[in-house]
Every structure is written in C-alpha cells, then in structure tokens.
Write a protein that binds this ligand. Structure first.
Ligand code: COA
Length: 169
C-alpha cells in the first residue's frame, strides 16, 4: 500500500470535462492510483453550478470501471489533504501560457506549505486546449450542443439542468 504511487488531481470539476478526463488518463500512465479531489464549497473561491455531492457522484460514475481512480471531496488546504491520503504528487493540466502564472504560484505555495509535495504539469490533448468547465456551462445554458466536450454521465446532468439541447437534441 505505502509503495503505491498516488497522484492527487485537484480542482473544481464543475463539471468534469473530457479535458480533465484526458489528464486523469495520462496520469494513470505515471502512477498506480489517481485521486480526483473535488474542492468543496468552503475551499472553492468561486460559486459552483453543481453541488459538491453532485460533482462527486457524477465523476465517480465516469470512473466506475477504473479501479485505479478514486473520486473524493475535500475541504481545507490541498496539501493537508494530500498528506492525509499519502499522495506526494499533485497533477495539474496546463492548457495554455495563460494558465501558467496562476499554476506556478499555486505550485510554489503548496511546496512551501509542504516541502515533500511535488507538482507536475501535464499538457492535455491539443483538441481540448480550449475547453473549460465554465465555457461548457455557458454553451449548454445558451442551448448549444456540448456532447463532444464531456463524458456521458456529465452530459446527462447538463441535460437535466439546461435541457435536451445540451446533447444536440
Ligand atoms: N481541461 C479542461 N479544462 C480545464 C483543464 C483541462 N485539462 N484544466 C483546468 N481546466 C479548467 C477548469 O474547467 C476550470 O474552468 P472554469 O474556471 O471555467 O471553471 C479552470 O480551468 C480552472 O479550474 P480547476 O482546474 O478546477 O482549478 P481550480 O482553479 O478551480 O481549482 C484548486 C483550484 C481547487 C485546485 C485550488 O484552489 C486549491 O488547491 N484549493 C484548496 C485550498 C488550498 O490549498 N489553497 C492554497 C492553494 S496554493
């Protein structure tokens, strides 16, 4: 158990997109287990569309057939949660140069809070570099088809909230 390499992939995942999923699957090539850690309301800096429970449930459904992925909510400092769970590697996706500054600040802050943590940045598939959760929500809200951008269980939830046009119906 303690020999296992565990990576933590934190975020809001409001909702999880195929871009996030791409990072999860790439991470599985590097480590034994990936902990998808969904920031709770007290931890998050922005308002969410889906509740933490909804985000956790739908993301668990996405990885139901992948025993190496665990989906969990977390509150408080990410490094404290990582330490509790025995994860010494934080994974973050870098889509564009614009992501870099914020990510670099967070990485250095996290490392000064817990020097044993390492942070790795992964590039998603180029076809997903324009994707973000808020764009997916906005397009769904305005009646656009987002079926090419999210896993099936997430699409079902978007249809529930925004109506059938989200799936191109
Ligand atoms: N594909 C598609 N979209 C991606 C993506 C990818 N590979 N990677 C990031 N994004 C998007 C997200 O969809 C999100 O879009 P949105 O802003 O439109 O919703 C945006 O990029 C950033 O979101 P996310 O990756 O979820 O990060 P976040 O900034 O919401 O999460 C935490 C930040 C939760 C990891 C961070 O605040 C944290 O660790 N909090 C815990 C408290 C703490 O320890 N604070 C000190 C940190 S130094």
């Amino acid at each position: 158990m303690s020999d296992q390499r565990i990576a933590i992939y934190p975020g809001s995942f409001d909702p999880l997109t195929l871009g996030h999923d791409d990072i999860v699957r790439r991470s599985l090539r590097l480590v034994d287990r990936v902990l998808v850690a969904i920031a709770g309301t007290a931890t998050q800096m922005k308002d969410s569309t889906f509740s933490v429970d909804e985000r956790v449930q739908v993301t668990q459904e996405v990885y139901a057939d992948e025993p190496r992925v665990e989906v969990v909510p977390f509150e408080g400092l990410l490094v404290d949660f990582a330490r509790q769970r025995g994860a010494r590697l934080i994974v973050r996706g870098l889509r564009a140069v614009s992501d870099f500054e914020y990510e670099f600040q967070m990485a250095l802050m996290n490392r000064s809070l817990w020097p044993e943590i390492e942070v790795i940045f992964m590039a998603p598939a180029s076809s997903y570099t324009f994707l973000s959760s808020s764009l997916v929500r906005e397009v769904a809200h305005l009646g656009g088809d987002v079926s090419a951008f999210v896993p099936a269980p997430v699409l079902r939830e978007l249809v529930r909230v925004y109506g059938p046009a989200a799936s191109g119906a």
